[in-house]
Ligand binder design. Structure first.
Ligand SMILES: *Cc1c(COP(=O)(O)O)cnc(C)c1O
Length: 418
């Protein structure tokens, strides 16, 4: 029986060499993979007038990765002050920023407006909130929550249980209010999927928004400038899964555009997306060293990374593939729980996972950590956040975030006043 495997953009020898300079654990990102995938997404929508992907900064908030996104033509999707400032500092400004926040402060709206970002409002009450606190910009977008009209998917849950967005009725009322206050340019957004690998799901989302665009034009005399299909394109975490067919999403959306938008005289209507996971997820790897083997009621391998480097397995029971470097082709003769060192029993990267025998000092690769990996980290149990490295197209490695030190951990404390 062949053991399932996932490809790596580096060799075992390369990582051993890198680990001499940068001790494990660290995340390493594959620049070539990120760029090639970004170009594939842009190509899939090259038919669409003014197609724009806004990389969801929260997935991997690192300026070096944002710069790569920017060079590939992406904007940034932000939801907080820090994310806005990070975009500003790499030169992503103006309408290259989609500000899709919720429960937003006036300070955040003020910064977004100062940068000329597209404000994507999460609630109808925010129209007057922005009007009174910072003034309305010329272009405003609303986030639509279809509620029971749409099923959603497993990770994001049912739309009617989600705290986000406007109801259908509120959209009509909202655009009417905007017009009354002199706003002239309008957008419409939704986000109903997360880690969705079925291309047709996104085609259906486009259909839903195109239908609404027509209804808004007919009944409310609102001519939308763009629809934003949200993020949520999934990635194949398991080796037997296929990547999402981006070409099919692009083609499917084009068919619906030709069916609904052109005949209604609404062309050009720009199409936006705001993916995070699919942009960087498959191109990040958490490298960690095996520390201990423990044999009690089960077999454990303890590594020097923990849940603070990657929350997804502990938090959602998410699968992340594991490769033991130098043993890529070794038979999976053992069954391990691969664990970190937190005093929390859900600090496990894998449970009952068939793997080759792991010895102390082996370098272990945890795959697909390029999105919602480092970003979700924390310092519980006094764990320090790891370094991030970039494997560049020329094969060299660049430190794009240093590892935290104890001084970082203690920086906000004043021991002299104890
Ligand atoms: C998290 C998020 C995204 C990105 O989601 P991915 O699953 O990483 O593509 C996009 N838009 C909004 C509003 C989000 O909250």
């Amino acid at each position: 029986m062949s053991t399932p495997s996932k490809p790596l953009p580096f060799t075992a020898a390369q990582i051993r060499e890198i680990a001499k300079t940068y001790p494990t654990p660290f995340h390493i990102y594959d620049e070539r993979g990120i760029r090639e995938n970004a170009r594939r997404l842009n190509r899939a929508f090259s038919w669409a007038p003014g197609f724009q992907e806004f990389f969801a900064v929260k997935a991997t908030p690192n300026p070096h990765l944002l710069k790569i996104c920017k060079e590939e033509g992406f904007g940034g999707d932000c939801s907080s002050l820090a994310e806005l400032v990070m975009c500003e500092r790499v030169g992503i400004t103006g309408e290259k920023i989609m500000f899709t926040s919720n429960n937003t402060t006036a300070t955040e709206y003020a910064k977004a407006k100062e940068l000329g970002a597209i404000l994507n409002l999460d609630d109808i009450s925010h129209i007057s909130f922005i009007y009174e606190n910072v003034g309305l910009p010329g272009l405003v977008c609303f986030r639509y929550n279809p509620g029971p009209l749409r099923e959603g998917n497993v990770i994001i849950g049912k739309p009617e249980e989600a705290k986000y967005g406007f109801t259908r009725e509120q959209l009509f009322e909202g655009y009417r209010l905007l017009k009354k206050k002199g706003v002239k340019r309008f957008g419409l957004h939704t986000m109903v999927a997360s880690n969705e690998r079925n291309a047709e799901f996104f085609v259906e989302t486009a259909r839903m928004l195109f239908d609404l665009a027509r209804e808004l034009a007919e009944k409310a005399d609102v001519r939308l400038e763009f629809v934003n299909l949200g993020g949520g394109i999934g990635i194949p975490y398991r080796p037997e899964q296929e990547p999402v067919n981006l070409e099919r999403i692009g083609e499917g959306v084009r068919e619906v555009y030709d069916e609904l938008i052109r005949p209604a005289g609404l062309d050009p209507l720009k199409i936006f997306m705001e993916n995070g996971r699919m942009v960087t997820g498959p191109y990040g790897f958490l490298i960690t060293t095996a520390l201990h083997h423990k044999s009690i009621y089960k077999e454990y391998v303890g590594v020097d990374a923990c849940m603070s480097n990657l929350m997804r397995p502990g938090m959602y029971g998410a699968y992340h593939h594991i490769t033991v470097l130098g043993k890529e082709n070794a038979p999976h003769t053992r069954t391990y729980d691969v664990v970190g060192s937190l005093c929390e029993n859900n600090d496990k990267f894998a449970i009952d996972r068939p793997l080759p025998q792991i010895d102390r000092g082996d370098l272990v690769v945890i795959h697909d950590t390029g999105a919602h990996g480092w970003a979700m980290g924390f310092q519980y149990n006094g764990k320090l956040r790891s370094a991030e490295l970039l494997l560049r197209e020329d094969g060299t490695v660049k430190l794009i975030r240093r590892a935290e030190t104890l001084d970082d951990y203690f920086a906000t404390l004043d021991f002299t006043s104890v």
